[in-house]
Design a protein around this ligand. Structure first.
Ligand SMILES: NC(=O)c1ccc[n+]([C@@H]2O[C@H](COP(=O)([O-])OP(=O)(O)OC[C@H]3O[C@@H](n4cnc5c(N)ncnc54)[C@H](O)[C@@H]3O)[C@@H](O)[C@H]2O)c1
Length: 271
């Protein structure tokens, strides 16, 4: 149900690949809540063409290609978005991740550092690149809100998450550090949302994902949070109702992060 929480707000959504993507649901929900959006993804992802369907559903939103590791692409994205909106940007969703060693099944104890460097650049430094581009162009409105999606492997070891755990730890740190500077400059808030495991293209790339998703379901008093619930939460974080929340890692995981054990898991151990 729409509450008009984002009426008049303008945002850039990074990372909608297909209709399973977290960013896809978040873009739709932002639009439903009255926001105008610009959609962006890597040029190679745009060639799939799926994103054009989302653009139509978001009131013919512009789609502007940008590789998050390329500063010229980001500069172009922000400049064109501000032209399109006729002013500054109120919110940004960073929903981007790629573990190259993970994709290539290279174990954590044998990382290829060229791939690892690329993983960090795409999954973590990209948030710094985006914020730095916006900061220099003074592209974000006062009280603007930036969210990056993350995962609890930044705090606790999930062995198969491999280098992405380190990437998420760096991402969360950048959100705190830049959150400080952007708070001082423009009262812009920067947070990470730590989402339950969710069936998406990136999610399914993690080894043993199906078993893991049912383990998390059993370990969360509320069960795993879905894409739609993640979208609802992000809307509140982009809205004016959460203006003093910044530099936080916010768990959106049905209680998984603070649960030690549950009867459902103990029961399974007995079998
Ligand atoms: N699915 C999960 O279980 C889960 C849980 C917690 C957090 N997350 C995080 O949510 C975010 C979105 O992932 P998702 O699960 O929706 O999967 P997804 O595969 O749909 O989204 C990942 C996106 O990153 C984009 N991307 C990759 N390289 C890029 C580049 N160089 N430039 C620009 N974009 C690039 C891809 O094109 C894709 O759209 C990621 O940060 C992921 O780590 C996912």
């Amino acid at each position: 149900m729409p509450y008009n929480l984002l009426k008049g707000k303008k945002g850039i959504i990074f990372g909608a690949l297909d209709d399973k993507s977290l960013a896809w649901k978040i873009a739709l929900r932002c639009y439903e809540e009255g926001a105008q959006v610009v959609l962006t993804n890597a040029p190679v992802a745009l060639r799939m063409g799926e994103i054009n369907k989302l653009a139509e559903q978001c009131g013919n939103a512009p789609v502007i290609g940008a590789d998050v590791t390329n500063m010229d692409d980001l500069q172009n994205l922000f400049t064109r978005s501000m032209e399109h909106f006729g002013g500054t940007i109120d919110f940004i969703l960073h929903s981007v991740g790629m573990g190259i060693n993970v994709r290539k099944n290279i174990p954590y104890t044998n990382l290829n550092y060229d791939f690892n460097h690329k993983t960090f650049d795409i999954s973590s430094m990209s948030l710094h690149r985006i914020l730095q581009t916006a900061y220099k162009l003074d592209a974000l409105s006062e009280w603007g809100s930036v969210i990056a999606l993350t995962y609890i492997a930044a705090q606790r070891v999930f062995p198969d998450y491999s280098e992405m755990a380190d990437a998420k730890a760096l991402l969360e740190s950048i959100s705190r550090s830049f959150g400080y500077h952007y708070g001082i400059k423009r009262k812009v808030r920067v947070n990470t949302v730590s989402q339950s495991p969710t069936r998406t293209t990136a999610g399914s790339g993690v080894k043993g994902f199906d078993g893991f998703i049912s383990y998390a379901e059993k370990m969360s008093p509320l069960g795993n949070a879905t894409q739609d619930d993640c979208a609802n939460y992000c809307v509140t974080m982009f809205s004016d109702l959460t203006r003093f929340v910044t530099m936080q890692n916010l768990f959106h995981d049905g209680g998984f992060s603070f649960t030690g054990v549950t009867p459902a898991v103990i029961e399974q151990m007995k079998e």
